[in-house]
Design a protein around this ligand. Structure first.
Ligand code: XIL
Length: 473
């Protein structure tokens, strides 16, 4: 989907503002704690990053893949890809319920043919959002968002390394709060958490990331706002796996606190990634400092530059990438390659992050599942406000065979009418309320989960617990 001139101009002017706000000082030295092997220096960015277990990717546009120099440079140098625009809402669901994946599929199959990791970008974002989404009522917007996440993630299921589930939800400036957007304004603060829970129910194998710009400088209010959100999510078990730092830098490169920011986020128990790196005029030192900041943090799993060549950069006036407009390697390319080849800190995944429980569960199940399809359902209130509340129900397949269909039933408290249900079809069975799987989430492998949700907006407080029973076929 070609961007409109207006939207590009808006994005560019935003970057200019971001860039002037950056500090001019760059850390002179960033020490590496340990080095990976350097005996055989690799001669491509992807291979050099792989020497310390990381990836080095580029954003690509499907409509350039037919250009031989573009494709050759990309295929040779990089081992990961992010579709620059092709997975965004305006490209995948321009009109409601009608999905198109052609351009994204092209990028995905090219990446698969070359064994590259794929970052999915992006599911919920206020930009490049078709007009129809902004015009919906709150409950309709909730189901449109859930359906969008579900359909897009289902289409690419098993192929995506990490999804930018929510992009750029925090405000610029000193507030540290969420920005105004159709999602924020109609669904409230809980929309980010809800998006992650929905994404987790669709594909629990993909890493689920929050992605933003101008969160690289540790003391900035925006950085702190995102950090506090991630800390809260981790403490409450909201499924978030990673944070993407866009890293659109001015010519002085990253702020001197960048490595501190990355390690502080990583200490919360998430991976961190540099997701859209580009630096005005591409100074070699600025690129080196950026790459070293990532390599110095064990959970910094990879770096993506936002384009292959200056010729097609969204900041083309800035010449911010590693290859010039004629695909020549710039000095920054060599600097990055050398930094990657010097290796970085890695942690072998040997020790589990949590110690095993010391006490056995007190009540063993009376009838342990032995064979066939079986399921359980659990209930969690994910959001509540003066006018109602929102529930997520997790359906777990607990038998030895996959579920092919499921129905959850419960007694809905009198007067607490469900106004909206997503990822399940509502019904009744006698006095009970039922939720039956949709066409896309009935099959659940043994041990796996799926989830659905509903809204009650008649003003009551949610019941603290609800007895749910799950039946299967
Ligand atoms: C940019 C693309 O590079 C442009 O082609 C498009 O016109 C606008 O979007 N933050 C993001 C990216 O998360 O999706 C944006 O990509 C750049 C800023």
């Amino acid at each position: 989907m070609p961007p409109t001139g207006g939207s590009l101009a808006r994005r560019r002017s935003r970057v200019r503002t971001a860039v002037t706000a950056l500090t001019a000082t760059v850390a002179a030295t960033i020490g590496l704690v340990s080095l990976a092997g350097t005996a055989n220096a690799a001669n491509t960015l992807g291979a050099a990053a792989a020497s310390s277990g990381r990836y080095f990717g580029a954003a690509v546009a499907a409509n350039h893949l037919g250009e031989s120099q573009y494709a050759a440079t990309f295929d040779t140098e990089f081992n990961a890809v992010t579709p620059e625009n092709e997975m965004k809402w305006d490209a995948t669901e321009r009109s409601r319920g009608s999905f198109s994946f052609g351009a994204a599929d092209q990028i995905v199959s090219n990446a698969q043919a070359h064994g590259m990791k794929i970052r999915g970008h992006t599911l919920v974002w206020h930009n490049q959002l078709p007009g129809w989404v902004s015009n919906l009522s709150a409950s309709d917007l909730q189901s449109a968002m859930d359906n969008h996440i579900t359909q897009v993630m289902t289409h690419f299921k098993g192929k995506i390394y990490a999804w930018d589930v929510v992009n750029e939800a925090f405000a610029d400036g000193g507030s540290g709060q969420h920005r105004s957007s159709p999602f924020q304004d109609k669904l409230g603060n809980g929309f980010i958490e809800h998006a992650f829970r929905t994404a987790h129910s669709v594909d629990s194998n993909a890493k689920l990331c929050y992605n933003d710009y101008n969160i690289e400088n540790w003391t900035d209010a925006k950085t702190q706002g995102v950090y506090n959100m991630v800390k809260d999510f981790k403490s409450r078990g909201v499924p978030i796996d990673c944070v993407g730092f866009q890293s659109h830098f001015g010519s002085s490169g990253p702020p001197s606190s960048f490595q501190t920011t990355l390690s502080n986020f990583a200490a919360l128990g998430v991976d961190v990634q540099l997701t859209e790196l580009d630096i005005a005029q591409a100074p070699a030192t600025a690129y080196t400092n950026t790459v070293k900041a990532c390599l110095s943090v064990a959970r910094c799993t990879g770096i993506t530059v936002w384009g292959v060549t200056d010729k097609y950069s969204w900041r083309s006036g800035d010449n911010p990438l590693l290859f010039d407009g004629s695909y020549n390697k710039k000095a920054a390319y060599t600097a990055v390659l050398n930094a990657l080849n010097a290796g970085g800190v890695t942690t072998p995944p040997t020790t589990p992050s949590t110690s095993p429980p010391t006490t056995p569960p007190t009540t063993p199940p009376t009838t342990p599942p032995t064979s066939g399809p079986l399921c359980t359902a659990s209930y969690a209130v994910t959001n509540s406000w003066a006018g109602g509340y929102q529930v997520d129900v997790t359906v777990k397949s607990t038998g030895t065979a996959a579920l092919s269909a499921w129905t959850v039933s419960w007694s809905q408290p009198t007067g607490q009418t469900i106004s909206q249900m997503w990822n399940a079809v509502q019904g009744t069975s006698g006095a009970l309320t039922t939720a039956h799987n949709t066409s896309y989430n009935g099959s659940v492998a043994p041990g796996a989960t799926t989830s659905f949700g509903y809204l009650v907006d008649t003003g009551q407080t949610p019941p603290s617990a609800l007895q749910l029973s799950c039946t299967f076929t």
